[in-house]
Design a protein around this ligand. Structure first.
Ligand SMILES: NC(=O)C1=CN([C@@H]2O[C@H](COP(=O)(O)OP(=O)(O)OC[C@H]3O[C@@H](n4cnc5c(N)ncnc54)[C@H](OP(=O)(O)O)[C@@H]3O)[C@@H](O)[C@H]2O)C=CC1
Length: 266
């Protein structure tokens, strides 16, 4: 996991839409402060005021509410020159910018534009293990705004940059992927239980085996090399792998990822 640097002294972060996803981020932002005292304010019913008081804003409401929140009079001024970290799945930076600046019909607003980053974390953020997908960004994003956005995201794990065109597939891989890998653990556990291993122990063993394999790959080993290392020709693992290859599991995984990607794009 990447090391975090302290956020700037006196820095104020506003969270608009502090539900499940943002609460986890907030927990880790506060956790990282250690003994430093940090006042928390609740601004009820006035998102513009919350944005106005902040140095940077996280937007984490439901995707369909984002435009409505940003369209409110005064919001574009409240966000001028600030970072807006959007966690809204499937909502592009262009859509958010249109909501903020539609009235100025593309003209440069009197105050500076805000700097929007689209970042989609996954549920492992709860354990600071999210691989957050960072896609769309405002044009001409200053380095400091991007660095600040990354620093906030480091509180919940690591992140990866992808192009706008890869955003849907990357969200399928990283956000939906958590469900796919958990589903695979479940299948392994069911199979182990059928072989007589007690369920809770099988769950722990399967999960740690997956984490171990992941750790090897994360540390730089090629997944195919890890597979080959475990597989003696003609041995027991080779027998099981042959069943997987014959069942066209790889093709089915590709179809599932494609279906998820298309749904995210739609
Ligand atoms: N959950 C996840 O794992 C992930 C979620 N996301 C994205 O994060 C976003 C939030 O998801 P999640 O945390 O699960 O959803 P939640 O429903 O838990 O949170 C949404 C929050 O937004 C608040 N809200 C609604 N309308 C407004 C408004 N007008 N002004 C201010 N706040 C408002 C809601 O308050 P109230 O309850 O009072 O209506 C609620 O607290 C979504 O856009 C989702 O796509 C992205 C990646 C992963």
């Amino acid at each position: 996991m990447p090391a975090t640097k302290p956020l700037p002294s006196g820095f104020t972060l506003a969270i608009i839409g502090c539900g499940k996803c943002a609460y986890i981020l907030l927990e880790h932002v506060l956790g990282d402060l250690g003994d430093r005292v940090c006042p928390i304010e609740f601004v009820v019913g006035d998102n513009v005021e919350a944005a106005r008081r902040a140095d940077a804003v996280v937007l984490s409401c439901h995707p369909h509410q984002g435009s409505e929140i940003l369209r409110v009079p005064g919001m574009s001024e409240a966000l001028a020159d600030k970072l807006l970290l959007s966690m809204l799945g499937g909502v592009s930076v262009t859509t958010l910018e249109d909501s903020l600046y539609a009235k100025s019909a593309g003209a440069v607003p009197s105050l500076g534009r805000c700097h929007i980053i689209q970042a989609i974390p996954n549920v492992a953020a709860a354990r600071k293990k999210s691989i957050t997908v960072v896609g769309d960004r405002s044009a001409c994003m200053p380095d400091e705004a991007l660095e600040l956005g990354q620093e906030i995201l480091r509180r919940i794990g690591d992140h990866a940059f992808v192009g706008t065109n890869q955003m849907a597939a990357a969200t399928a891989l990283c956000a939906s992927g958590t469900a796919f890998f958990s589903w695979l653990v479940e299948a392994m556990v069911d199979a182990a239980v059928a072989e007589g291993i007690e369920r809770s122990e099988a769950t722990r063993m399967a999960a740690l085996t997956m984490a171990g394999a992941a750790e090897l790959v994360v540390s730089g080993e090629d997944p195919a090399v890890v597979t080959a290392r475990v597989t003696t020709p003609g041995g027991a693992t080779a027998r099981g792998l042959a069943v997987l290859e014959h069942s066209e599991v790889k093709e089915t995984v590709a179809i599932a990822l494609r279906a998820t990607t298309l749904k995210i794009r739609s």
